[in-house]
Design a protein around this ligand. Sequence first.
Ligand code: AHG
Ligand code: MN
Ligand code: MN
Length: 336
Amino acid sequence: MSEAHQTLREVLLDPEKNPGLDRDLIFLLEDIATACRIISHLVRNGPFAGNLGEAGSVNVQGESQKELDVIANDVFVKHCSNCSAVAALVSEEVDEVYWLKDDPDSGDYLVYFDPLDGSSNLELNMSVGSIFSITRLNGPIDAGDDRSVLRPGAEQVCAGNSVYGPSTSLVLTAGHGVDGFTHQRGTGEFRLTSPSMKIPVETAEFAINASRYKLWDAPIRRYFDECLQGVDGPRGKSFNTRWIASMVAEVHRILTRGGVFMYPGDAGNRADGGKLRLMYEANPMALVVEQAGGRASTGTERILEIQPTSHHQRVPVILGSKSEVEILGRYHCEAD
Ligand code: AHG
Ligand code: MN
Ligand code: MN
């Protein structure tokens, strides 16, 4: 079989592609892939199960939960708990850290996830996805001490996401590039369909929720205004815009054809630190993007270097094609 159709397990066991992955991590990644397969099935059959709507509850972020947010969280928790080397879970949908072991060992894993990203799109039949991030304990910790999960994104050993679109995809990095898999209906396998994904350095496409224009800081307005001026403006080229309101789907587009995605800090979200969550949204997407040759920044610092202070912390996010993220970084410096 050609390399383009290797199964997820074959890729995880391939020492050239993924040197040094231990068995526990491979089992964990396979369990996460299973969780994504189940969630994909639920998303596709949602209307018949009557579970696309509001759950009537709010999560720790104060956001209303969909029934499927809650169900997808349960699926992730169940499958990540299969692996005896997982010490704790951090979910967007659960306030507290979920400790699985009373006595975590060095080498055990911590798993962070957003079980359903972009869930406001669910009843619209538009793409949603799941995001996950894994770090490894490199020494003894106290179980139950939630500060133990506060690790910078640079410590991630693995990260990725699924997208439940016209097909179900799974994107994965273990620190040696990014591979894209597609769920093959019939066999139920995730197969390698986009090996070594690379984000084009140059782009003329950007994604931002422009309804927040009046709330933005000067560097973001400057970038946006200049892009809109097209060939006659300082950028000298025409730009295209996109906004799906589902970061996983935006990142998937950027991995495929380049672009930049922004959810900056602004006057409306600054008190909260930003909109997107550091540990299970920004960090895993930043690792995927950097491993594909892109950049991920808050505008003033590299996302992967942020030392978290709380496990539901929010951050400004600017990520995608290297050239555009660097220009946005320069605009932030010049504004200072
Ligand atoms: P979630 O569905 O996990 O709460 O995350 C939604 C996030 C992100 O995916 C998306 O880019 C952004 O929120 C959408 O924000 P707007 O509502 O401002 O469009
Ligand atoms: Mn999300
Ligand atoms: Mn979510």
